[in-house]
Structure formats: structure tokens, C-alpha cells
Ligand binder design. Structure first.
Ligand code: SF4
Length: 343
């Protein structure tokens, strides 16, 4: 239960044997638990996984289980989409790693609890094709492509237990993301105030590391704020929404970056999938689709919510497109370069 605190059995156990919410929030006996809950969130934020602890005694196991509850409460109190996503990803990764070393019957049990329709018959593990598609972690890479699967009566045969663990991991990530934030009241916010402040500071520090760095020959200072922000997020390991990936890839291609250079940039995303990313890049750059896409214009970027931090140049009446911004800055930089050269 301490290793898989999201299971119904764990929740039922706590309901019968665990402390009340008041005890958990205020009692000195649970101070270590509250501290571990905070650490759990900070580990997710900083490392993208939850540390393993030695769980020898019953007390250690209970503290570990309760730290999951505290961590979820803290993430809900902070209610920051970046933190929530990072936390869900980390809990799921940690559980997925543990699951892959369990026996297949246990993994199937956990998968069922996560809502996956799993069928175990004569030692063959199968999963309903809808659940396979929904929770496929790498849908365009070779071993995971749907067309490559062994499909029997609407079920996909999973060739080994590690694959079932990986699909379960994805389902768990979606589940945690969908459950958070849970409602919190003023009493909870006040009692955990110090922890909340500490985590918020770390979240802000983490976000401040989203400073874009130059991409080879391309100077970030010439890029419009929207593209600088998207690059900074990728370089900080954040997953971009599809609209952001599309706009950034089309923009970088338009200003002369090669597909390999764009690939390198996306390699720092938490869920980087080489074949999927290459497919998307080659589609946008016209290699597969035959159409070379350009980035959306400013009004569309705004409607997608990816026009970040407009500056003075963005506010000019004639500024309608991120590429226009780049050309103006690039021209300005070249003129200044020539002038410096003459002097
Ligand atoms: S106004 Fe246009 S160029 Fe400026 S940040 Fe927004 S989308 Fe980018």
C-alpha cells in the first residue's frame, strides 16, 4: 500500500486505520509525515521522480502512505498547472518502475483498478484496444504502433509485463492529473502555509530557469517573445501543448533550422519520443506532407493562448506575424553589425 498509495485498498485502509484530517494537519505526531509530503512534491518538481525510502517498520510504511495524501493536498493548495503535471508525471513514473518488477497478475490487478480492461487467459495478457490507444505512451514508435499490434477480438496482446506496466503508468498519470486539484478550504491552507510558501518559491525558481539559450547560430534575442518563451519551456523540460510545438517547429524551420537541430531542442522534453517527434517535424516541414507549414499569425497565436509577453515591437499596429518580428530584428542586428565593422 505504501508503494501503491493510489489503490482503493490503500484508501480504504486509511479510512479505517488512519488519522483524522485534523490530526494529519495539526498533530505533532504527524509532523514527519507532513515534512515527507512536502519532500515528495519537491522531489517531483526537481527530479521528476519520487525518492525510494527504506520501509522496514509498519510506522515507516504508514508515514510513506500518508505522505502521498499530504503531497496531493499540497499540490491542490498551490494549484499551479505546471506543478500538477510534473507531480502526476513523477508519481506515475515511480509507480511504473516499481510495477515493472512485480508479477504480471499483480500488474493486471493494478491496471484494472486504473480502469483498464485487461484479459488474462492461458498466461496471455490482453488489453482492450480502446484502452491501449488511449494510454499508449509512444503511439508512433515501432513497438507501440497500433498497426503492429497482435489484435484478437478487440483486444491487443501485450507481449511482456513491462508493456502492461508502461500502459498502466500512463493511465495513472492521466488519473492523477484529472483528480487534481482537490477542493481545499482555508483551514487546510492555513495549517500548511509554511510548506505551501516553500514549494511556491521552488516552483517560481524552477520557472525562472526557463531562460532561453541560443540555438547554434540563432540568437534568441532576435526571436519574438512567444518563441523565446516556448524555447525556454522546452529547454526547462516542460511538455508543450500541440499548438506550441507546431508554432515553434514551423517558426524554427522558416528561419533556417534543420530538422535535426529542431529534434535536438525537443530532446529535453520530459516525454521525448524520437520517432513521434521526427514524424511531427517532417510533417510540418513538408517532407512527409508535401506542405511546408508556416507558423500561425499573431491573432491565431493569441487565440491559442501562446502569445506570451508582448513587447513594444509586438504592440506596433503592423506587427501581425512572429516571422515579421524576427525579420525586423534580424535586419536591425545586421545593420548594427555592418556599422560596427566600419567603425
Ligand atoms: S504579438 Fe505576435 S510576435 Fe509578439 S509575442 Fe505575440 S504572437 Fe509573438
Amino acid at each position: 500500500m505504501a508503494n501503491y498509495p493510489f489503490l482503493k485498498e490503500s484508501v480504504d485502509y486509511l479510512r479505517e486505520n488512519g488519522p483524522s484530517l485534523d490530526e494529519l494537519l495539526y498533530d505533532i505526531a504527524y509532523e514527519r509525515t507532513r515534512g515527507l509530503g512536502k519532500e515528495r512534491v519537491l522531489e517531483a518538481l526537481e527530479k521528476g521522480k519520487i525518492d525510494e525510502h527504506s520501509l522496514i517498520s509498519d510506522a515507516d510504511q504508514l508515514v510513506e502512505l500518508l505522505s502521498y495524501i499530504i503531497a496531493r493536498i499540497l499540490v491542490s493548495c498551490i494549484n499551479d498547472p505546471y506543478l500538477t503535471r510534473r507531480y502526476a508525471l513523477s508519481e506515475a513514473k515511480t509507480a511504473g518502475n516499481r510495477l515493472s518488477s512485480e508479477d504480471i497478475d499483480f500488474i493486471a490487478l493494478v491496471a484494472s483498478e486504473l480502469g483498464l480492461e485487461v484479459d488474462m487467459e492461458d498466461g496471455v495478457c490482453k488489453i482492450h484496444f480502446i484502452h491501449f490507444i488511449k494510454n499508449n505512451p509512444q503511439r508512433r514508435s515501432k513497438p507501440w504502433k497500433f498497426v503492429d499490434q497482435d489484435l484478437r477480438n478487440g483486444y491487443v496482446v501485450l507481449k511482456d509485463k513491462v508493456r502492461l506496466a508502461r500502459v498502466s503508468q500512463q493511465a495513472l498519470q492521466f488519473k492523477i492529473e484529472s483528480e487534481l486539484p482537490t477542493p481545499v478550504n482555508d483551514q487546510i491552507l492555513n495549517s500548511l502555509d509554511n510548506y505551501i510558501k516553500e514549494i511556491k518559491t521552488s516552483v517560481e525558481e524552477k520557472k525562472n530557469t526557463f531562460k532561453p539559450q541560443d540555438l547554434g547560430k540563432i540568437r534568441v534575442t532576435k526571436l519574438p517573445p512567444c518563441m523565446r518563451t516556448l524555447i525556454a519551456k522546452v529547454q526547462a523540460g516542460e511538455n508543450l501543448p500541440h499548438s506550441g510545438r507546431f508554432a515553434l517547429t514551423a517558426f524554427l524551420h522558416s528561419i533556417g533550422m534543420s530538422s535535426d537541430e529542431v529534434m535536438q531542442l525537443f530532446a529535453s522534453s520530459p516525454d521525448f519520443d524520437e520517432s513521434k517527434t521526427r514524424y511531427q517535424i517532417e510533417h510540418i516541414t513538408g517532407k512527409i506532407s508535401g506542405t511546408e507549414y508556416t507558423p500561425p499569425e499573431c491573432s491565431t497565436m493569441k487565440s491559442y493562448g501562446i502569445c506570451f509577453g508582448e513587447d513594444g515591437l509586438c504592440k506596433k499596429e503592423w506587427m501581425t506575424h512572429p516571422l515579421k518580428y524576427y525579420r525586423v530584428k534580424d535586419k536591425g542586428a545586421k545593420k548594427a553589425g555592418k556599422k560596427d565593422h566600419k567603425e
